[in-house]
Design a binder for this molecule. Sequence first.
Ligand code: AMP
Ligand code: GLY
Length: 425
Amino acid sequence: MNILLLGSGGREHALAWKLTQSPLLTNLYIAPGNAGTAIVGINLPVSVNDFSAIKTAVLDYQVDMVVVGPEDPLVNGIHDFFLADPDIRHIPVIGPVKQAAMLEGSKDFAKRFMIRHHIPTARYETFSRSTISHGLLFLKSLQAPYVLKADGLAAGKGVIICKTIEEATREFTGMLEEERFGAASAKVVIEEFLSGIELSVFVLTDGKNYKLLPEAKDYKKIGEGDSGPNTGGMGSVSPVSFAGTAFMEKVEQQVIRPTIEGLLAEGIDYRGFIFFGLIKVGDEPFVIEYNCRMGDPETESVIPRLQNDLVQLLQSVARQSLDTETIMVDPQFTSTIMLVSNGYPDAYEKGKIVTGEEEIKDSIIFHAGTTFKPDTGETVSNGGRVIAVTSYGKTMEEALAKSYENAAKIQYEGKRFRTDIGFDL
Ligand code: AMP
Ligand code: GLY
């Protein structure tokens, strides 16, 4: 079968790498892809949000399935777009319909869903411009630190954690009155602060059945020891040592099952990946956020541990026969180190020539923000996150040591990376 994969990051290179290992695959197209996906498949110059161009590509290249990497096209309704068009409605889209993607697209929607289905999450209230004064009273009823969240998609930057009530008051009014995050902060969720350790849990669901994938831990801060501003993610590891059997059992009973059953009960047909952003408080799981897709850079450590044929798994999602599949997980550890551009996560440099990949034998290189230089065809940086280096190991230490050894072999001007991924485990 022919598959079209949407996206252009490290997550998509990892998915592409895995999909092309399947004997069920004929051609893999990636739109728009990066310099890494061009090696395993065929890149198409089509934007993930240009649905009519995606339809044209699907028909021109006889695509049998569309796999959506990032959240944007899902929240914009790509799955609904396919279902509404008689020419393409028969082509399965892996990724939820718009209504279900609102679990990521609206924090308020996600919180209300969790409350309806008794899924553990931080106490909260949602406010708009007309209820600012109520919001300020709610803030005063909470203890510091204060968690403020723009309701809509804000490219991972919509959460502000304030140390003092003065700062929280200023930020809260700024978000609503000055629309600091544009339409995304037309509503703001104020949430109780939870103190614990975070992890990312993933399931694949066909709307009725679900399968748990390996869990991972992501390192979001730019600086060593989790300091400085948030990024898209500077590295990841899998498995997560503090997510033992008893804890994961709680996650399944208290979070995953009620989510899948809640979607079903509400008549929401969810076919795709669900990413549960969890925090472990004491021994209890709480949901920090839902994402309607896989994580990046978690995918780069999770997918290499998945031993199943991914094309077959996705076919079972489309056919709603995921109950016939058994997930097989490589017991080895994986680590992913993200190499980023100078300046990231603020304004960063692009167009730097990337070399050294051919020297690497015992790690997997997933491209994130790369492209080909038009005149010479050389690989150049094209994003904040440039290259992910993933390695296996019998221990976490071994997996990390290999990734660091090989991270040193990739060269480009202004290369930056955290040297302490996995430090807290
Ligand atoms: P989110 O975009 O919802 O994942 O939030 C970004 C980050 O903010 C999370 O990864 C957490 O580190 C932090 N965060 C969000 N909500 C809370 C909360 N209720 N308590 C503590 N930290 C939080
Ligand atoms: N690594 C976090 C995310 O993909 O949102």
